[in-house]
Write a protein that binds this ligand. Sequence first.
Ligand code: NAD
Length: 440
Amino acid sequence: MNILIAGTGYVGLVTGSCFADLGVNVTCVDDDARTINLLLYGGLPIYEQGLEAMVKRNVDEGRLHFTTDFDTTLAEGDIDYVFCAVETPPLQDESTDLSSVLDIVHRFAKGIKKYTVLVMKSTVPVGTAEEIKHIIASDLKALGKDDVEFDVVTNPDFLTEGNAIKDFIKPDRIVVGVDSQRARDAMDRLYHPLHNINSVPVVVASNTTAEMIKYAATSMLATRVSFMNEIAKLCEIVGADVNIVRRGVGTDSRIGPKYIYPGCGYGGTLFPKDIKDLIKIGERNHYSMDVLKAVHAVNKRQKRILFEKLQRHYGGDLKGKTIAVWGLSFKPETNDIRKSPAITTIDLLIEAGCNVRVYDPVAMNQFKLRWSEIYCALNIYDAVDGADAVLLVTEWRQFRVPDWKRVKQVMRAPVVIDGRNIYDYHELEALGFNYYCIGR
Ligand SMILES: NC(=O)c1ccc[n+]([C@@H]2O[C@H](COP(=O)([O-])OP(=O)(O)OC[C@H]3O[C@@H](n4cnc5c(N)ncnc54)[C@H](O)[C@@H]3O)[C@@H](O)[C@H]2O)c1
């Protein structure tokens, strides 16, 4: 079985490496030569737990290959499945930029010589797979190849960055959107090992339904987060403690404990983009997705919350203050800083005239590419040296139990603003810190 994966980012590289680890012959393609060169020289363009060893093992054993040449690989590689894992970012008008996807679709039609399955991993608006089928059929006709058969399958990715390998090996479910028995059989062959070893349930749907499942799942999770952030805000106003509210709510078996942690907002590419996409899909179909509009608005407000708490502490004027930021990635165990609350917070701090010092265990290199002028500290203590406050944005393990006495010694003012509610306020207040968190 030969797989070609177009797009060697978070989704493509993890998917490709995991299939190679199951014994499949995989070629990962990316049009970014730097990404491919890095991989060819043993580096990794992303940080993901366990991925480096997995890539090395499969490259060494000859099952995982990297190239920038999609066309030759497809034409000469006896490829059975082409995975489309390229990015689908929002355009200025908030609709989805499908240019990378369409590039792959046209090249798929040009390159295939035998029955091949195009597997859509990229998140695309509902109805896109249908359009893709028409485009491929029309391209094949124009190329005089209308006897070459193909299928388009929607196989949305539910990986969580930082846990992506585990999510591949033992996902809660695999969703497969197919419109023919032949496509269903092809996907059964592909996922048989996971289904067989780990009894992973497979949800089979039409392409359109599978596309909708992806958006509905992401939106539901984001809704829980924004809902809890709204409850946290009200807790602050009425004098309730959201941490205990969360426990009281999450122990209800109908609700469960996941994705109800209050914090300084969600980030990454997934939640913000999928929510906006689904709002847009509603609009295109003359339907207003009111809940999701509120989810998005609450999150936008929430990403300012650390800055606003800091402003309140200092009575408004922050000019000339030195502020430490612990954590840059949008969540722990990833170096992905896209749409991270840390970025919103740092933008606001700079705008207010603060000196900013940052520390993150793995995302500093990504950060430096954009903000070379901001001081990147050597460790958490260096970050708070001379600081008038520290803002905890990402709950990395390394930040969980700092030596608070040492922190207090080097800070100019003992102010801690905890954007993830990970610290014990009794402890911090007893040590003489001004401690603020979310929803208390
Ligand atoms: N990152 C996640 O957690 C996640 C989870 C589920 C779904 N998704 C979806 O999966 C898709 C990919 O996301 P990602 O985070 O892996 O993106 P990414 O930006 O990390 O990677 C995409 C890669 O595709 C490459 N690329 C773009 N156009 C190309 C082309 N024409 N030919 C070859 N390579 C090309 C880019 O250079 C880039 O390396 C998106 O649609 C995203 O919404 C992402």
